[in-house]
Write a protein that binds this ligand. Structure first.
Ligand code: GGG
Length: 355
């Protein structure tokens, strides 16, 4: 699924590295885009602020200027990673969650694909997690009250027919475009029959009324707990998985373990009018500042974003260089068992793109 390029004269990309290793890997994604600029209209970058560090300095995690610049001046964006605290901090709210809502980036598309050293063999894992990005428990409607029996915390989980159908439509489109054409709906309707029931029914209803458009897509269902079990036992059974926000977040991080590291999993946050690439990994405070973070997830996110915008040959070049780096496995960062730095892996990928 791609947003038409419609002969853009220039491509303006907002760069929001945010926190931790986001600041080390987003520059690598920028380099990758510059390395394929002959395939693109004139590329312009705009550096933008967001994140916990921005909050501690300015009191605002997602400056209005960042949102306005993205809306008014950018065609797309790349976001790094954010370090939200795991306790409540007055005035702070996760900027990535807010940004997805502000720009209505309702689909978080996370491909998880292994790279085989033997190109004749198909990848052992080749799936896409399609995560609903705007609701579920991530509406963050939480309350803490004092009762006679102590504290009581409640969170509201929002599932709407509209959001479930539109993510369902994206998932059907992706499944239809893949060789296996298999869509697995992830839910827990045996316990959460109202909320997950609505998600499941809304996704199932997508093919109705579109004149057989998705007749070639096979629809399956898995309870989320069983899906995680089967993901670890037999990942090859999955093709496209569509899930509400929280399950999709967890499943895609878990699936990353099957291909070696979270450091290689890209994503895009896509809406009807805007797309933002984002590595699935977080800000990794334990390794931030050491120059050893894996740049692959961000570089692949740049490729995924370009592909979504219709710049297929640019995306192909980046993906090929990444796969040609991962397959021989001799220039790798520590998360993949290597000894190379972020800069060395980035330089290696850039050389492969250019030669
Ligand atoms: N790039 C993904 C990322 O930053 N993950 C960390 C995350 O999701 N944090 C949520 C938050 O800090 O609000």
């Amino acid at each position: 699924r791609s947003m038409a390029t419609t002969a853009r004269k220039s491509l303006t990309i907002g760069l929001i590295p945010a926190d931790g290793i986001g600041r080390e890997v987003i520059p690598a994604a920028r380099e990758a885009i510059l390395a394929v600029q002959s395939e693109l209209p004139e590329v312009k970058f705009i550096d933008l602020l967001a994140g916990w560090e921005t909050f501690t300095r300015t009191g605002v995690a997602l400056p209005l200027e960042t949102v306005q610049t993205l809306r008014d001046e950018c065609d797309c964006a790349l976001f790094g990673s954010v370090s939200s605290p795991s306790r409540k901090v007055a005035g702070y709210s996760s900027p990535i969650v807010a940004l997805r809502k502000e720009l209505d980036l309702y689909a978080n598309i996370r491909p998880v694909c292994s790279v085989s050293a033997d190109p004749a063999r198909p990848p052992a894992v080749d799936l896409i997690v399609v995560r609903e990005n705007t609701e579920c428990l991530y509406v963050k409607d939480e309350k803490l009250i004092q009762t006679d029996n102590g504290k009581e915390a409640r969170a509201t989980r929002l599932i709407t027919e509209r959001a479930s159908s539109r993510i369902g439509k994206i998932a059907f489109e992706l499944a239809k475009a893949r060789p296996r054409k298999l869509l697995t709906i992830i839910h827990k309707s045996n316990v959460l029959s109202v909320t997950d029931g609505l998600f499941r029914e809304s996704v199932r209803a997508v093919p109705r009324g579109v004149n057989g458009k998705y007749d070639d897509v096979t629809i399956e269902e898995q309870l989320v707990d069983s899906a995680v079990y089967r993901l670890f036992r037999e990942p090859q059974i999955f093709d496209v998985m569509v899930a509400p926000n929280l399950y999709g977040d967890i499943i895609s991080d878990a699936a990353a373990a099957l291909v070696g590291s979270l450091g290689v999993i890209p994503s895009i946050n896509a809406g009807d009018a805007f797309v933002m690439g984002e590595p699935v990994h977080g800000s990794a405070p334990d390794i931030a500042g050491k120059g050893i973070a894996n740049p692959v997830a961000s570089i692949r996110s740049a490729a995924l974003m370009l592909r979504h915008l219709g710049y297929t040959s640019a995306a192909d070049k980046i993906d090929k260089a990444v796969n040609d780096t991962l397959a021989p496995a001799d220039v790798l960062t520590a998360d993949l068992g290597g000894t190379h730095s972020t800069a060395q892996v980035t330089d290696h990928i850039m050389n492969l793109i250019k030669h």
